[in-house]
Design a protein around this ligand. Structure first.
Ligand code: ATP
Length: 353
């Protein structure tokens, strides 16, 4: 058991509903162990700038239901430099911070590794609406964003039905189509197009044409932002080739806000408490993941390699440095993730008409 007297907590990268629940859980779990908590504002930028406040339990009261992040977030390019890193270490020493919990995405975890190897044990928690961190089945914020999307699409569908229209809705998710696939499935979209799965446009247009002939009046098509620049052109082609009046809607940043759902509040709380437990056990340079509904810890280097492998970005040189046993574990995680995604995608396609 490593002795901790004061830890810091920060949120970094894009914000996500549920981050506050994680901050609350981290703060209260640490305070219960007699460890002080410094709330660091504006991610790694705030760490370098010494922008922080000692949190008491009441500082995190009432935030579990709030979207966004009370600690604010920022992207801090300087933190990636040795100079920025040394600034951050000096601020930690000055404020007697002897461990950090960093909530964010893969960039945040790279920063966590850099701090850990320089003597500030750091633990990452995955917070992003995109669910695009391959080492974990779930990232905090996904469920809230997905529920926002389905609420909005349900409304769009009402008006599509009235006017016998098609609406092509572009949703967030960066390069991963999870938000599009699951919201498309849950709203009965006639087609879902994502960047990582080949999309049969002709078949989709044909489905719309045949369904219209059978009397269907509302058509929802969900396109992931990862299918860059595709949605608007596709909208025009649907109208031209089917005669169904078609509109394009980009939902935008409304998807990032709002009160977190039960799933996000609970998962964020579990991950926050687990992160503190692991840090106090002496673990560092790890990210908290959900695997098969269990909360587990994974080495950040391993987790980032899983992510690169899944996204086809792992170079031969990087692969050569990974042991055979680890590589097999990584491949198994990627295979499970791919299978789950395909199952959801296929169900969306099979059940849409
Ligand atoms: P999101 O998934 O929402 O984009 P993220 O954590 O991946 O979240 P980034 O902007 O990539 O978002 O990273 C957040 C911050 O982490 C950066 O602004 C920077 O301060 C730090 N960071 C990113 N990459 C590195 C790196 N290679 N080394 C050290 N710190 C990094």
């Amino acid at each position: 058991m490593t002795e901790f007297k004061r830890i810091g907590v920060l949120t970094s990268g894009g914000d996500a509903p549920g981050m506050n629940a994680a901050v609350r859980a981290v703060t209260r779990s640490a305070l219960l162990c007699g460890v002080e908590v410094m709330g660091i504002y504006g991610g790694y930028q705030g760490l370098m700038d010494d922008d922080m406040k000692l949190f008491r339990s009441k500082d995190v009261a009432g935030i579990i239901s709030h979207g966004g992040t009370i600690l604010y977030s920022a992207r801090a390019a300087e933190f990636k430099t040795e100079e920025g890193m040394q600034k951050a270490i000096a601020v930690c020493k000055k404020n007697r911070i002897d461990g950090i919990i960093a909530i964010g995405g893969d960039g945040t975890f790279r920063g966590a590794t850099d701090l850990s190897v320089r003597g500030i044990p750091t633990v990452g928690i995955p917070g992003t609406i995109d669910n695009d961190i391959s080492s974990t089945d779930y990232t905090i914020g996904f469920d809230t964003a997905a529920n926002t999307i389905i609420e909005l699409i349900d409304k769009i569908r009402d008006t599509c039905e009235s006017h016998a229209r098609c609406d092509v809705v572009e949703v967030m998710g960066r390069n991963e189509g999870d938000l599009a696939i699951q919201s498309g499935l849950a709203t009965g979209a006639i087609a879902v197009a994502v960047g990582e799965i080949p999309f049969d446009e002709e078949a989709a247009i044909n489905r719309i044409r045949v369904a219209r002939e059978h009397g269907k009046r509302n058509f929802i098509v969900v396109v992931a932002e990862g299918k860059k620049g595709y949605a608007e052109g596709f909208t025009k082609r649907i109208e031209e080739q089917t005669g169904v009046e078609s509109r394009f809607t980009r939902l935008g940043h409304v998807q990032r806000g709002g009160s977190p759902t039960l799933r996000d509040r609970v998962t964020a709380s579990l991950m926050g408490q687990y992160a503190v437990d692991k840090l106090f056990e002496g673990k560092s340079d790890i990210v908290i993941c959900e695997r098969k509904r269990e909360i587990v810890a994974m080495n950040i280097g391993f987790a980032l390699s899983v992510d690169k492998l899944f996204k086809g970005k792992l170079t031969d040189e990087e692969k050569a440095k990974i042991s055979k046993a680890d590589f097999e574990k990584m491949e198994a995680i990627c295979a499970e993730r791919r299978a789950k995604k395909m199952q959801l995608y296929n169900t969306a396609r099979i059940t849409c008409v």
